[in-house]
Design a protein around this ligand. Structure first.
Ligand code: NDP
Ligand code: MG
Length: 407
């Protein structure tokens, strides 16, 4: 009898020796996830040694983090900030580097774990570099799996990389699966807070400003994911993420709205048993799980008080008011290049909304328009390489610019 473990969930085989700190690289160290991770590092003195920290343009914050955590290497993506980085790190012992190639090299530096927390498709090449080196990857960057899921998971399998999800719902699934056999799983249910516009009418959402969309009721997050949460594209991206991470079909993935964000996901088994993971809505818990796995490390988060909470509520998702969820689901089912197009068009539309160039409801309309056009002009085949993914991403962004231009 062969006992299967669920890929990418190998049985715990590499306990971090308490005698040796975990050598950690953080890609996107100045972001919401990156700074939460550094906070955990601060709360576990001696447990981590920082190899490399990266950012895109927040050079002062990168310098401060590199100095505080005595990083070996600090990389700024935008080369315009190289001089400032070098000057800021003078005398610190931290090496400085800049540019896209330097990000890729930083990802491949010898480390026990690489936290992939760059936002968007920009994180794909560095994360793939960490995978190629066989580093354990704690994956926050969901866009990697949306834009390039098949390619990404194939590279993970080839390299024998351990992949730990950081996204709270996927962390919850990973915990609730606990090494179960694929045949045992009936359904995976991701919870959704509903975002800041859960109770808004379409007419109200038509007038929504970036400022109101950035106010998430439960989570504190970077700008792009806040907007994705408001449109519900985030939950769509998460369905696609779950599709690649766990051994289920598209039909076995469901979403339920749960405004309190206490239950993060549920795994339903064929015997009727349901395993859920609960916790305060604080990213430090799933980040700690990924960094500590298979052990547990401290996270200074608020503890769950069920009596104080009183009740947890649930609603069916409303795909009329939030069409992005259905768009993502249909792209996931279509496969091929569809999710690459979905991601690229969405990234461009979100930034256009943040720059006040389009309205809130236009985001999903633009993504839908791009998916249709991409199919008409034959952008359908599955990307086979990083270059293919980046090319399709570029086409999707151009289609989105065209759609915006016509409006
Ligand atoms: P932020 O926008 O807060 O941070 C993004 C990080 O990536 C920053 O360090 C930023 O540097 C860097 N960065 C931005 N653009 C580039 C680029 N072109 N090249 C290299 N680095 C770049 O994002 P979040 O922390 O919110 O999200 C990170 C990832 O984690 C996303 O994929 C998101 O979907 C995922 N995630 C986030 C959650 C959250 O709670 N925030 C929850 C679940 C998943 P700089 O600061 O210099 O601009
Ligand atoms: Mg999430």
């Amino acid at each position: 009898v062969t006992v299967m473990t669920i890929d990418p969930m190998p049985s715990p085989n590499r306990r971090a020796s308490p005698a040796r700190p975990c050598r950690l690289t953080i890609l996107g160290a100045t972001g919401s996830v990156g700074t939460s991770a550094l906070d955990l590092v601060k709360h576990s003195p001696g447990a981590f040694e920082i190899v490399a920290l990266t950012a895109h343009s927040q050079v002062d914050q990168l310098v401060a983090a590199a100095r505080t955590h005595r990083a070996q290497l600090a990389v700024i993506g935008d080369p315009a900030h190289y001089r400032a980085l070098k000057a800021g790190l003078a005398g610190s012992g931290t090496r400085a580097a800049a540019g896209e190639q330097a990000l890729i090299e930083a990802a491949g530096e010898p480390a026990d774990c690489v936290l992939a927390a760059i936002i968007g498709i920009a994180g794909l090449a560095p994360t793939l570099a960490a995978v190629a080196q066989g580093r354990r990857v704690a994956l926050a960057n969901k866009e990697c799996l949306v834009a390039a899921g098949n390619l990404f998971m194939a590279r993970v399998a080839e390299a024998g990389t351990e992949l730990l999800p950081v996204d709270s719902e996927h962390s919850a699934v990973h915990q609730a699966l606990a090494g179960a056999m694929p045949e045992a799983i009936e359904r995976i249910v991701l919870t959704a807070s509903g975002g800041p516009f859960r109770t808004w009418s379409l007419a109200e959402m038509a007038e929504a400003t970036p400022q109101s969309a950035l106010k998430h009721p439960n989570w504190s997050m970077g700008q792009k994911i806040c907007i994705d949460s408001a449109t519900w594209m985030n939950k769509g991206l998460e369905l696609i993420e779950a599709f690649h991470l766990f051994p289920v079909t598209a039909e076995q993935l469901a979403v339920v709205v749960h405004p309190q964000s206490i239950i993060h996901a549920l795994v339903e088994y064929r015997d009727g048993s349901v395993m859920a993971q609960l916790g305060a809505p604080d990213m430090r818990t799933p980040i700690a799980y990924a960094l500590g796995w298979p052990d547990r490390i401290n996270a200074p988060t608020a503890r769950l008080d069920l009596i104080k909470l009183g009740q947890l509520t649930f609603e069916a998702p409303d795909e009329q008011r939030f069409p992005a969820l259905a768009l993502a689901r249909s792209a996931m089912i279509r496969g091929g290049a569809a999710t690459t197009v979905l991601n690229g068009a969405n990234e461009l539309a979100v930034s256009a909304f943040l720059n006040h160039r389009i309205g809130f409801l236009d985001i999903a309309r633009i993504v839908e328009g791009c998916l249709n056009r991409a199919e008409q002009i034959g952008v359908v085949s599955k990307p086979q390489s990083l270059a293919d993914v980046l090319e399709i991403d570029g086409i999707a962004r151009q289609l989105a610019r065209d759609v915006i231009g016509e409006r």
